[in-house]
Design a protein around this ligand. Structure first.
Ligand SMILES: [Zn+2]
Length: 167
């Protein structure tokens, strides 16, 4: 797990505007950069986000995520599933991004998506669909970003990571 997440230059502004552009639908993107940087005051190495790779939200009913609430605590009437509360990134897009990143000596460090109608915290669906531990950045409807280390083991809570914004 990285000690911090550092956004280069304007990449955090680019990320929030990219993710909120499809509002009311969820926007999504891949985060590309360096996974091995140091920063003063931090003993652990961090992730440096250099490039935001915008992706189309290709979610549709039946694709990837089951349309149901995993969390029995959710008592509110179930909202219909749509791209307004679900997202999916095309695996072909990921492959393209990965190829491009390699040519620049960079890596895909994680993914990002927006909650146009909610807070920047992982939803039960976000947690249920994690297959490997890793970075997930979420942008709220009002444009604030939070970074999370998602755990493959759903019994473990996602851990919030510190975001450093470098200009
Ligand atoms: Zn989400």
């Amino acid at each position: 797990m990285p000690g911090f997440i550092q956004f280069d230059a304007d990449s955090l502004i680019v990320l929030t505007s990219t993710l909120l552009a499809p509002k009311p639908e969820e926007g999504c993107a891949l985060l590309i950069g360096d996974n091995n940087i140091m920063a003063s005051n931090y003993k652990t190495k961090g992730y440096q986000i250099k490039v935001i790779w915008p992706c189309c939200n290709i979610w549709e009913p039946g694709l990837l995520s089951p349309c149901r609430h995993q969390n029995s605590e959710v008592r509110a009437p179930q909202k219909t599933c749509s791209r307004e509360n679900r997202f999916a990134i095309d695996p072909r897009e990921q492959l393209l991004a990965q190829k491009w990143a390699r040519t620049k000596n960079l890596k895909i460090l994680g993914s990002a998506h927006s909650h146009p109608d909610g807070e920047a915290v992982p939803s039960p669906t976000d947690r249920a669909l994690i297959f490997t531990s890793g970075l997930m950045v979420i942008v709220s409807g009002i444009g604030s970003a939070q970074a999370w280390w998602m755990q493959k083991d759903q019994n473990q809570h996602p851990q919030e990571l510190i975001i450093l914004n470098c200009h």
